[in-house]
Design a protein around this ligand. Structure first.
Ligand code: SAM
Length: 328
């Protein structure tokens, strides 16, 4: 038994949001007052998340990314991580985090053999960072960056490219990969932040980001990436690290998608752009067995939309919710 959609794509990667809460208020992600968070009992419990992951791993999911909201905001998140490491069907456990709360946990993350940390950091300048995140935590996040860089954990930096705001730092970020073995990934900004679709001054899409970089360097090497990679990857030949661009909004790499998402309230999503297919939390709380869950996962994945445009069209309205709700 495995998860395969009608286009023949095998699903092996789960993005699981462990909470909808976040300690930052990034401008492009949510309004200053935050999003409307749900009642705690509406969130999946760790026990439920563990079970869902186990059932999915029995259907071939071997990679899990824990995200949110900010995963480290949820109490006992590290204990939950530890429990997941006992599932030997999982080859990779990755975490996406803003890094502000993790510096005391880095040794433990190494000990647990967490595969990679994706650290979100949209500016290397204290003031600008504070403007973007609406919180004064740059020092914490940069300390985390340095500690992670010294650790055995694979490190990727997520940089949301915000027109006229941090576009002047694209090259500074690539320069970080000169001496550090890190992967910097530039993410196309998606125009939704929990308030509806926003108008953006100028679209910095994949092409514009790449041509900006191309104008700066004489030699850029295209890297071979895994078929299902979310980013198109490059490096400057003499640099230790690499950089990549994630076409999150232009959606040019959906053809090789191997991912599903589960939100913090248990909504199963075949695609970031769909409106949610069914609520697993309710299904579990109504007494579903593991076999019931498997049957449901298999039939739902079968109908995974071909790409993000089709998913968005099928939901009948534009995506407007925050990535903190969707699970970034
Ligand atoms: N709190 C964690 C973090 O900051 O990494 C995990 C959740 S966050 C929603 C996951 C990723 O989504 C972050 O890298 C964030 O920058 C990105 N993100 C949020 N809203 C976005 C948007 N409108 N467009 C592009 N990326 C976005």
């Amino acid at each position: 038994m495995e998860l395969r959609d009608k286009f023949g794509r095998k699903i092996s990667y789960l993005r699981l949001a462990v909470t909808d809460r976040c300690n930052l208020r990034c401008q492009y992600c949510m309004p200053a007052h935050g999003i409307e968070i749900v009642d705690r009992k509406e969130l999946l419990s760790y026990k439920e998340m563990y079970r869902i992951t186990r059932v999915l791993s029995e259907l071939g999911v071997n990679k899990v990314r824990l995200t949110g909201g900010e995963p480290f905001v949820r109490k006992d998140f590290v204990k939950f991580l530890e429990s997941l490491t006992f599932n030997d069907k999982l080859d990779e456990i990755n975490i996406t985090t803003n890094g502000a709360l993790i510096s005391n946990h880095i040794d433990k993350l190494e000990e647990l053999n967490i595969n990679a940390i994706n650290l979100s950091i949209d500016s290397l300048q204290n003031e600008k960072f504070a403007q973007i995140t609406r919180r004064d935590v740059f020092k914490n996040v940069f300390d985390t960056f340095e500690k992670l860089e010294q650790s055995n954990l694979k490190l990727k930096l997520n940089v949301v490219v915000q027109s006229g705001f941090n576009t002047d730092e694209i090259i500074d970020f690539i320069e970080l990969s000169k001496e550090h073995d890190i992967a910097v990934r530039f993410i196309e900004e998606m125009p939704f932040n929990g308030k509806g679709q926003r108008k953006m001054a100028e679209k910095w899409d994949y092409k514009k980001i790449f041509s900006h970089i191309e104008n700066h360097y004489t030699e850029i090497e295209r890297l071979q990436s895994k078929k299902s990679s979310t980013s198109i990857n490059y490096k400057i030949p003499t640099y230790k690290g690499s950089f990549g661009i994630i076409p999150a909004f232009t959606r040019s790499i959906c053809g090789d998608c191997n991912r599903i998402r589960i939100t913090a309230t248990g909504m199963f999503k075949n695609c970031l752009f769909d409106g949610g297919v069914f609520n697993i939390r309710d299904f579990i709380r109504d007494g579903a067995s593991d076999d019931d869950l498997k049957e449901l996962f298999i039939s739902t994945v079968h109908h995974k939309p071909e790409n993000g445009f089709i998913a968005e069209a099928a939901r009948g309205k534009d995506v407007s919710e925050s990535m903190s709700t969707i699970g970034g």
